[in-house]
Ligand binder design. Sequence first.
Ligand SMILES: CCCCCCCC/C=C\CCCCCCCCC/C=C/C(=O)SCCNC(=O)CCNC(=O)[C@H](O)C(C)(C)COP(=O)(O)OP(=O)(O)OC[C@H]1O[C@@H](n2cnc3c(N)ncnc32)[C@H](O)[C@@H]1OP(=O)(O)O
Ligand SMILES: Cc1cc2nc3c(=O)[nH]c(=O)nc-3n(C[C@H](O)[C@H](O)[C@H](O)COP(=O)(O)OP(=O)(O)OC[C@H]3O[C@@H](n4cnc5c(N)ncnc54)[C@H](O)[C@@H]3O)c2cc1C
Length: 633
Amino acid sequence: MNPDILRERQNATFDIEKLTNILDGGAERTNRRREIREVLVLNDPDFDYGTPTSLPTMILKLREYGISDPVEINWYKSMYWGTGREALGLHYVMFLPTLYTQCDSEQFNKWVPLIIGTYAQTEMGHGTHLRGLETTATFDPATQEFVMHSPTVTSIKWWPGGRNPLFLPLIFLSIPLSASLFDLFLSGFALPTCSGIVIGDIGPKFGFDAVDNGYLKLEHVRIPRENMLMKYAQVKPDGSYVKPLSSKLTYGTMVFIRSLIVGNAGIVLSQCCTIAIRYSAVRHQSEIRAGEAEPQILDYQTQQHKLFPLLATAYAFLFAGQYMIDTYNRISGDINQGDLSEMPELHALSAGLKAFTTWTANTGIEVCRMSCGGHGYSRSSALPDIYVEFTPSCTYEGENTVMMLQTARFLMKSYRQVQAGQQLSGAVSYLNKVHHRVMAPQAVSSQLDLNLNTLVDLYEIRAAMLVELAAQSIQQESARGKCQEDSWNNSTIDLVRASDAHCHYMVLKMFRDKVDQIEDPGVHSVMSTLAHLYAIHGMGNFTGDFLQAGVLTGAQVPSVSKCLKGLLAEVRPSAVLLVDAFDHHDKMLNSVLGRHDGNVYEAMFEWARSSPLNRTEVHESFHKHLKPLQAKL
Ligand SMILES: CCCCCCCC/C=C\CCCCCCCCC/C=C/C(=O)SCCNC(=O)CCNC(=O)[C@H](O)C(C)(C)COP(=O)(O)OP(=O)(O)OC[C@H]1O[C@@H](n2cnc3c(N)ncnc32)[C@H](O)[C@@H]1OP(=O)(O)O
Ligand SMILES: Cc1cc2nc3c(=O)[nH]c(=O)nc-3n(C[C@H](O)[C@H](O)[C@H](O)COP(=O)(O)OP(=O)(O)OC[C@H]3O[C@@H](n4cnc5c(N)ncnc54)[C@H](O)[C@@H]3O)c2cc1C
């Protein structure tokens, strides 16, 4: 083991295993995760690490082991495929959940055990604006079939992931039977027997190469009436239409995956922090004091400023992911029982946190890569691949700006309710104080109060202030004679800013609540330091907001920076131990820089030598091209 890494792991001030248990949701979950990793994957003789041929094996193994919980599937898949994306991700996180939530019981029993499929919603002309989708589904009572058709070039289904040329069970979203509703259909196509279907691949992408995203053009293709997913909406044999309790129930799968993406952003950021911080502990470069040995780059304050706030953010997002999944499970359970009262709040929370966490993690991955210098740019670090696989999460499952505006819609509605004298509950209950001016900025002391509860209150006031400013912008636009829609559009910068601040407050509050639940003194202390770092770093990034909210004075601004530097120094001794607690296995990280033993240089040389380019001392291209050329000179 590298001596630097060894030294970093001495004198731990907290129980790493206990922190790992907290991240997993308890010691039993840690044991289950390790059982899946060690027994069901690494020690499985059928396991052929991450090669395409092992995909069918993985599917059959998941069924053999009875693994159906999304988090457990992700544990299994992430060991199988490391940090890459495998071709069937969409099947597990969208196709199956749609069948689970949108099929009636007869359809469920008929389809769920048998098929692998994709989710074809986006069209060439519309991805965000679902009410603009153009694919039609016209019911023919004479044959009891739906005629599926792509009327325009922009209606061609574009992007369905995992489009398998052999068979194409897919979930459709199609222009509906009534103007404002969408309906889901299972194609049941078995190519190439179905005429009227044109499919293909949309071509090379930025990355996401394990997933073959395709296109699908339908020319009056007929499918049985029974292929409409009929849990919430039905078309009767006589063609009469039974509307769902809410047209937004059709959007349920997107809310589910957005909820998963929140925790996944934390996982991905924790992977990158593990790589960058372990590498920074073994990399020596330049000098701090002339004539002395080159220091670990982790001892540079700028390196700590790059990485430690991201380390705190990774923990914050993992805890937010747990909260999001728990909230999704609770509210979707109520929806399943017909109680839709909290569906708007679930949509607003999942949309906002999905955008907030993926935007932040996306930027953070690049900071981790650049903090590793040239070796960070090497594929051996795994950081370029992680970035390329993660970055589309800012676009898919709801483009982030649009998602922030959906959350803003809920915030504006809530603000109006408070203005009308209503008492709010749930995540927006802090807006009640805005109306009664309880939010009047506290007389802040000359010294910055570092109490975590006080910091949460300051973020709450900042969010409330920005919600009020956005609402006032809309009111001012209306007062200038703009229609409601133009007033909204002319305020969308403010609206996104308000949603971002709302999500930032929510994430810090979840982090604080999780820290409050930690009983072990050592773990509580180090987690409390990270939560403070998360809050103070955000205050440094958005100082203007806090000044504008009147909760920070110009005289206090220097103390934010001073406090930040102190917290960075406080985290330094525990940094490697804090990434060890994420418990990412070397085989899953697949990173020369992030190895648990820290033996980076030896591993890097072996990695390079294993390249096909180095199979011979002199590359064949010399004999084939250069030598003949030289002979002619
Ligand atoms: C540690 C914790 C656990 C970790 C777990 C780890 C497990 C990780 C495993 C996997 C996760 C990793 C991710 C893997 C990725 C897989 C690959 C993904 C490939 C990509 C697939 C896709 O992209 S599929 C297509 C996705 N497309 C979209 O998302 C489309 C976005 N557009 C929309 O959703 C809608 O068009 C939009 C909401 C923008 C507007 O809808 P519209 O009908 O126009 O409604 P609107 O007029 O704006 O509002 C009316 C009214 O409706 C309310 N509303 C809107 N949507 C919803 C909803 N979904 N639910 C409830 N209510 C909704 C809206 O708020 C309005 O309400 P009022 O204001 O009128 O009250
Ligand atoms: C890797 C990847 C995999 C995918 N897999 C699938 C899949 O399996 N199945 C599937 O159905 N789809 C899939 N998609 C498609 C994806 O869901 C859409 O790309 C996504 O919903 C965004 O829609 P769009 O592409 O139409 O972008 P647009 O909505 O056209 O976005 C372009 C710009 O317009 C802005 N904009 C749009 N509407 C508004 C608004 N109301 N207010 C302000 N700004 C706005 C956006 O902010 C953005 O800046 C995938 C996409 C990617 C990248």
